[in-house]
Design a protein around this ligand. Sequence first.
Ligand code: GTP
Ligand code: ZN
Length: 204
Amino acid sequence: MAVRYIETCRLPTPFGVFEMHGFEESDTGKEHVALTLGDLAGDEPMLVRTHSECLTGDALYSMRCDCGYQLEEALRSIAREGRGILMYLRQEGRGIGLLNKIRAYNLQDHGADTVEANERLGFAADLRDYSMCKDMLEHLGIKRLRLMTNNPRKVKALSSYGIEVVERVELQVGRNPHNEHYLDTKQSKLGHFLAIHQDDDPQL
Ligand SMILES: Nc1nc2c(ncn2[C@@H]2O[C@H](COP(=O)(O)OP(=O)(O)OP(=O)(O)O)[C@@H](O)[C@H]2O)c(=O)[nH]1
Ligand SMILES: [Zn+2]
């Protein structure tokens, strides 16, 4: 998805004072942001998080998933290094949107897992496309990075756009009784690098 840069502002947070860069998808008008911290110039690859929107987890403290915990940990890690980028991508519900995610959660309340629920609603398990990251990173002048994720699809997608992912940095936080089954399903059905296989995972 091609995006164009719109504007930048300061964004003070409890973790540090970031700059927020706004982008707009040319075809859909969908809005994405990149939060940056520190000096982006230089060859040393910096920490980058590509975070998909999760209103329930990121803003409403939901414990059904790990999103809110990951968002906080990613910002904290970037602040600790004094340098890095968090791209907040408006792909709610792995691309199905908020209301369909509520439908999917309802099916999960009645026994489906996260993948089955999507499929019962007529969606693929994961509809996300990461091509907006290419333009966003290009705008910021980033060609090499260390990607904070447990999701192999994100690594593959960025690599396919010619971005060099020199390291995958795991981001395992927030496991709790309400999201255990969800995380286990991400591992078994979506191929995420998570707890059980952690030790024999190459870190790319
Ligand atoms: N359809 C659907 N989407 C969900 C469900 N739970 C969480 N999500 C969405 O899944 C996405 C999770 O995005 P990310 O935090 O980028 O996580 P990820 O792709 O699992 O990979 P990581 O980088 O390892 O976190 C968000 O868009 C959430 O809204 C669910 O049960 N069903
Ligand atoms: Zn979530």
